[in-house]
Design a binder for this molecule. Structure first.
Ligand code: PLP
Length: 396
């Protein structure tokens, strides 16, 4: 067997390797505190499950349109219009088997081989993988830590733009940093995108995972709607990660291209699951509210305890389910420079399992500080308390 050359450029989500390693260690009897998980341990609200099984029994088990069922496309457009103040219709929505497929489809539709694509690092690792796999040149941009949290350096992003730059991937409410752009930062990014004629993927996977304040979208700034494709997902806000349901939302020309890839790739998104999505958006919202309340309690406790660990500094994002503590002083004190060695040493000694900055793209040359990601979507408050207590004892 000989794999195609492009396979050597395909990355992966190395966080899955951390999950495997933790599972193996758990089999040896070590109690694991799973802060590495990007998945959720919360249940999908029962009304969604009920609506899905009902439609399955009713025979919605054949193919449907490659665009998705019209009712769900309308409901997604209405949901986005409510939170974004936009005027999308069904024609602007192509239902997808999850949010992740929107990343590949966006790259396939709008990037030619050799084009340069700006993407965040640290960031969701699939961006870099998809760009490189399809023959583009991944150009990372970074976040800077400020006393208020993680901020974009728009001048630095602009320096990375060349005549070959075509696309910008932007993940406001960011995995892994929890970063959230201010209105001024958004305006500066929009100005940049318009001036350099960039097509933008707005990854809004965490748009509704919000505890305080209001989520803002780059797509709503003047002149941006026509150049932005929004990645929308049911995964997080309804605890539906394994259902695989999301959408690509944007100008009709863009969405037409995405839906054409659906015909070629999967024919259609799972038919009856789309009725679950419809119930999620049009039925009672108590389940989604409860999910946010559980996550809020976890965030508060996790942040409080992480901030009390000597040498660790930690911002408290208003959205996402991640903390991204700075561990530079701890690593220095332990005389460990290697992220993997640091992660493993702590995992084996305490059972506390987390991802480090290395799981979110290659560090940029100017990066001196060291970070880990604590995810609280798969660990309850009691385990957060015990795990971070053990970590504090160990590091003290
Ligand atoms: N974008 C970001 C930033 C994510 O963190 C994730 C999942 O963790 C996704 C997209 C994709 O999520 P899904 O495919 O479950 O919708």
């Amino acid at each position: 067997m000989k794999l195609a050359d492009r396979f050597s450029r395909l990355g992966t989500e190395t966080a899955f390797a951390v999950a495997d390693e933790s599972r193996k260690l758990a089999q040896t009897g070590l109690r694991i505190f799973p802060f590495h998980i990007g998945d959720m341990d919360l249940k999908t609200p029962p009304n969604i499950i009920e609506a899905t099984t009902r439609t399955m029994r009713d025979g919605k088990t054949g193919y449907c349109s490659n665009w998705g069922i019209p009712e769900l496309r309308e409901a997604v457009a209405a949901d986005i219009n409510r939170s974004h103040g936009t005027g999308y219709t069904e024609a602007n929505v192509a239902i997808q088997p999850g949010g992740k497929p929107v990343i590949h489809k966006f790259i396939l539709s709008f990037m030619n081989p050799g084009d340069e694509v700006l993407y965040p690092s640290p960031g969701y690792p699939i961006y870099e993988s998809a760009i490189a796999f399809h023959g583009g040149r991944p150009v990372p941009y970074s976040y800077e830590e400020t006393p208020q949290g993680f901020a974009l350096n728009v001048q630095d992003i602009e320096k990375r733009i060349t005549p070959a730059t075509r696309l910008l991937i932007f993940n406001n409410l960011q995995n892994p940093t929890g970063a959230e752009a201010s209105p001024e930062e958004l305006a500066a990014i929009a100005e940049l995108a318009i001036r350099h004629d960039l097509t933008v993927l707005c990854d809004e996977a965490y748009f509704d995972i919000r505890y305080e304040g209001e989520s803002l979208s780059l797509a709503t700034l003047p002149g941006m709607e026509e150049r932005c494709l929004i990645l929308y997902t049911f995964s997080k806000k309804y605890a539906m990660t394994g259902w695989r349901l999301g959408a690509a939302v944007g100008p009709t020309g863009m969405v037409d291209a995405i839906a054409k890839l659906n015909v070629n790739d999967e024919s259609c998104t799972n038919h009856f699951v789309q009725y679950g999505g419809l119930e999620a958006l049009t039925g009672p919202q108590d389940g989604a509210k409860q999910i946010i309340e559980v996550l809020r309690r976890r965030r508060n406790r996790c942040h409080e305890l992480a901030s009390g660990i000597p040498g660790m500094t930690c911002h408290r994002p208003n959205a996402t389910f991640y903390l991204f503590p700075n561990v530079t002083r701890i690593m220095r004190a332990m005389k460990i420079d290697d992220y993997e060695k640091f992660r493993r040493t702590i995992l084996e000694a305490t059972g506390v399992s987390f991802c480090t900055r290395m799981h979110f793209g290659k560090p940029l040359p100017q990066e001196n500080e060291r970070y880990i990601r604590l995810s609280y979507s798969g660990i309850d408050v009691q385990n957060i308390e015990e795990g971070l207590g053990k970590l504090k004892d160990y590091l003290s």
